[in-house]
Design a protein around this ligand. Structure first.
Ligand code: ANZ
Ligand code: ZN
Length: 839
């Protein structure tokens, strides 16, 4: 009697326990096998896993299991990026402790991940909020401080008035806090900085070595680092002062029609003292956003200072403005404005009726051509520019730099967009910065034998701001150097630091130090890193920086942590909504009944509007809970769905029909495996051949992370095996399918494997071997010609003799009709390809 159904509700848990008990996925650093480190970006324990996690971890899992099957010692760890604001917000909203909230979430999410049967080495699990982990992080931070890569600086920061914290520039989106959405203000504070700019050139050059990174990610990093080469030179102002400006287009210097300074610039400040209008203009500028992107789109505003600047070549007096689109912390905070060839300057000049000269044109004949409503920033030939006329942009740049340097009024320079990393956060739920402030000794690192500096448990979240600052005793300590009363630093570290080295700690976890360099070197760099494109810049750049910083202090001897990077697409779903009181109210797919073109709400049967297919998100409620799907269909169907249909870098639209299709396929496979008949005889060479070919092709697909292609091939081979009669060839195909689907549907595979009489785990089995001879087709198509004209095509055994092919060709009815009784004078044979009969 055979089971005709695979029952995941009983099988899934059983196999998950079997792998756990056997320690199947524990990584052995001392193994002599080639090592493979497969890593997916570790999750933030927000509460529950979502489909994006499922997709990300399924991809990594298939690769990890495949690597194990192909003889690698695999490290595939999991942990928790556990510090951060949501825990603190939960503490404020719900009155729970951030630690308790976080650990509760970890427990929930871990059990969800377990239910998906991921091949993870749970023995290496940690959360970044574990004192052990952040204590080691504090030690590393002190190392970097001692090497001069960490420093303190009074600086203007983005202040989020709702979350009461400083935000990194990257956390300011359209002038508002990334979490609170409140308009960001400016404040001056003493902050901790990491000297990422020290590695700017190296971080840029390193991108060239990352062959297995997506080009788009490398380009985003390149733009973020933002190396630009140009000229810094000074204008002499009408008040006798010198004003240094920075330009990347010295070739356009004859097109400068005004000069502009940032609102914070000393020239602006000087003008403002005693000028109320200037003061209020500066105040207005400070209200606006500060990112380059915002300034690009904001309305250009200016204030005429009444000063003029002398053009270094023409001697013309150019008006000097305070302008809202000039950034204080880029270049020199002042510019020569060339409205003809810079869009921001163009908008400004248009608004304030300033001249817009053309100094670059597509040809010399176009020197007088008017502008078509916008600046022309592109390439061309220099015009209306005295000694530069007729030169290319590149030559003119070099010529102006040469003259400026020779005349001593300017010099060629490199400017970076990258800023040092402001790492201080005025929050509780983060790594305490391990320093002590002493009136006599200054800023003193906590001695390493006193680490970790742990967070106090008894904290009060009833008032906004930093609970560490308000804690009655925590910050009061003796100075480690002189013993006098001193104060602990109450800032904590940006959580991006937690995720900048966790991949090292996964590889090596000694108790007495952050990691062991030798053990790390056995695994790192990570062979395959997989995560979302949203981390293309910050996380990946910070991790690359942190690795270099550790190399710099002699703790590591490599610079790039991730050899190969893959960014997966999102899981998407259509939205369901109704307009209520002029506002869209959303419903989850579970609340909706979907038929044909329409959708109704289950609760009242009334229609809801079907919206676009977009990324699953809580705010639009277009989410499908992995738990429900696992409960209904089992882990393998969900895993299979995540791999099917869409290429992994593209978005994957979730569909009920899709998951049902996967469920049906799981059952088809179950029946096919059940049909395995060890007593069957006979070859079925075509099916066997197809199986051999599929083994090779699917291996290639998985190596290339083209999971959808592997899935398509497995569907095809399964279809062929289902149609075939029992035979040895079919048995080979069934066995090959079982092994090939095992990384994707591990529970089904284990269950079928024991049912076939095996006592081992298929998770430990090797990838099926193929016979190279079987990859080659053994029949060929022969073209038969009469007098050079194609008359027939025939199949013949590969390598058939000349005589056999002649006979075969002459036996063709079509050929005989063509010859029509004429005398055959000659037969030309090209083996395996062609026979030409000459009459
Ligand atoms: C004259 C000019 C002519 C410029 C032209 C551009 C085009 P990137 O390439 O992004 O580095 N700039 C310099 N300092 C600035 C500041 N503090 N705030 C705002 N803008 C500033 O940008 C460099 C260009 O941005 C510089 O070259 C300068 O404008 C402007 F056809 O100078 B340019
Ligand atoms: Zn002291």
């Amino acid at each position: 009697m055979t089971d005709t159904r695979f029952d995941p509700s009983s099988a899934d848990g059983r196999w998950q326990r079997a792998w756990d008990d056997a320690g199947t996925f524990a990584a052995d650093s001392n193994s002599s096998k080639p090592k493979s480190y497969i890593l997916e970006m570790f999750p933030y324990p927000s509460g529950r896993i979502h489909m994006g996690h499922v997709r990300n971890y399924t991809m990594g899992d298939v690769l990890a299991r495949y690597k194990k099957m192909t003889g690698h010692e695999v490290l595939h760890p999991m942990g928790w990026d556990a510090f951060g604001m949501p825990a603190e917000n939960a503490a404020m909203e719900k009155g729970v402790h951030p630690g308790g909230w976080t650990h509760q979430n970890i427990e929930t999410m871990k059990s969800q991940l377990k239910r998906l049967g991921f091949a993870l080495d749970w023995t290496r699990e940690f959360a970044t909020c574990d004192p052990e982990y952040y204590g080691h992080e504090q030690a590393l931070f002190i190392d970097l401080f001692e090497a001069g890569l960490v420093y303190r600086k009074e600086s203007e920061v983005n202040w989020d008035p709702v979350d009461m914290t400083v935000l990194a520039n990257e956390q300011v989106i359209d002038g508002c806090g990334w979490r609170s959405g409140a308009p960001v203000e400016k404040r001056k504070l003493n902050q901790w900085f990491l000297k990422i700019t020290h590695f700017a050139e190296d971080l840029l050059k390193g991108l060239d070595t990352l062959e297995d990174w997506p080009d788009k990610v490398k380009l985003m990093q390149e733009n973020w680092i933002g190396k630009s080469q140009g000229l810094e030179f000074s204008f002499q102002l009408s008040n006798g002062d010198f004003l240094p400006v920075y330009t990347t287009r010295p070739d356009t210097i004859f097109g400068a029609s005004f000069v502009a300074v940032a609102a914070d610039h000393s020239v602006a400040q000087a003008v403002a003292s005693g000028n109320a209008d200037a003061q209020s203009f500066i105040a207005l500028c400070k209200k606006g956003g500060t990112t380059a992107a915002e300034l690009e789109t904001a309305e250009k505003l200016g204030f005429d200072t009444g000063l003029t600047a002398k053009h270094p070549f023409t001697g013309a007096d150019l008006p000097v403005y305070i302008a809202n689109f000039v950034l204080m912390d880029y270049g020199t905070g002042a510019i020569m404005a060339v409205p003809g060839h810079d869009q921001r300057d163009f908008e400004f000049a248009t608004k304030y009726c300033l001249p817009i000269p053309r100094v670059v044109a597509s040809s010399a004949a176009d020197a007088g051509k008017p502008f078509d409503g916008e600046a022309e920033p592109g390439d061309g030939v220099i015009v209306n520019s005295d000694f530069l006329d007729g030169m290319s942009v590149e030559d003119a740049k070099a010529e102006v730099i040469r003259r400026a340097e020779k005349g001593g009024w300017g010099k060629g320079t490199t400017v970076w967009r990258l800023r040092d990393w402001g790492a201080s956060r005025q929050r509780y739920w983060g790594t305490p910065i391990p320093f002590i402030h002493c009136d006599a000794c200054g800023v003193v690192p906590v001695p390493k034998d006193q680490l970790p500096v742990t967070l106090p448990e008894d904290v009060d979240f009833s008032t906004p701001g930093n609970p560490l600052e308000r804690h009655p005793t925590w910050k009061r300590v003796a100075c480690p150097q002189c013993g006098a009363d001193a104060t602990r630093e109450t800032d904590t570290l940006d959580t991006f630091i937690n995720s900048s080295w966790y991949f090292l700690r996964f590889a090596s976890q000694p108790a007495n130090k952050p990691f062991d360099a030798e053990e790390v070197a056995k695994w790192l760099p990570v062979d395959q890193y997989i995560g979302g494109i949203e981390h293309a810049i910050l996380h990946l750049l910070y991790a690359r920086f942190w690795t270099r910083a550790l190399q710099h202090v002699g703790k590591l001897d490599f610079a790039e942590p991730f050899a190969s990077l893959f960014t997966q697409g999102m899981v998407t779903h259509e939205t369901y909504s109704r307009l209520q009181d002029g506002r869209a109210v959303y419903f989850t797919p579970a609340e909706v009944h979907r038929t044909g073109e329409a959708a109704t709400l289950k609760s009242d049967g009334e229609p809801v509007e079907i919206g676009r297919v977009i990324k699953m998100s809580k705010s639009k409620k277009n989410v499908v809970d992995p738990d429900n799907i696992i409960a209904n269909y089992g882990a393998d169907s969900v895993r299979w769905f995540m791999l099917s249909d869409s290429p992994p870098e593209r978005d994957l639209p979730w569909s009920e029909a899709g998951i049902e299709g996967c469920w049906r396929f799981v059952q088809r496979l179950w029946r096919l495996f059940d049909a395995y008949d060890p007593s069957a005889t006979g070859e079925d060479k075509p099916l066997a051949r197809k199986a051999h070919q599929t083994i090779v092709a699917v291996a290639g697909d998985i190596e290339a992370l083209s999971f959808n292609k592997a899935v398509a091939r497995l569907y095809e081979l399964t279809g062929a095996a289902e149609k075939a009669q029992p035979s040895e060839g079919r048995n080979f195909a069934i066995n090959a399918i079982l092994h090939m689907v095992s990384p994707m549907m591990p529970h089904l595979a284990e269950e079928a494997w024991v049912k076939m009489g095996n006592t081992t785990l298929i998770a430990d089995a090797p990838w099926p071997t193929h016979d190279p001879a079987m990859l080659v087709e053994d029949e060929v198509t022969i073209a038969v010609q009469h007098m050079g004209k194609l008359r027939d095509t025939l199949t013949a055994p590969k390598g058939a003799s000349k005589e056999d092919l002649e006979a075969l060709a002459l036996a063709s009815e079509k050929v005989q009709r063509s010859i029509g009784g004429a005398e055959v004078r000659k037969i030309i044979v090209v083996p395996d390809r062609l026979v030409n009969i000459v009459t």
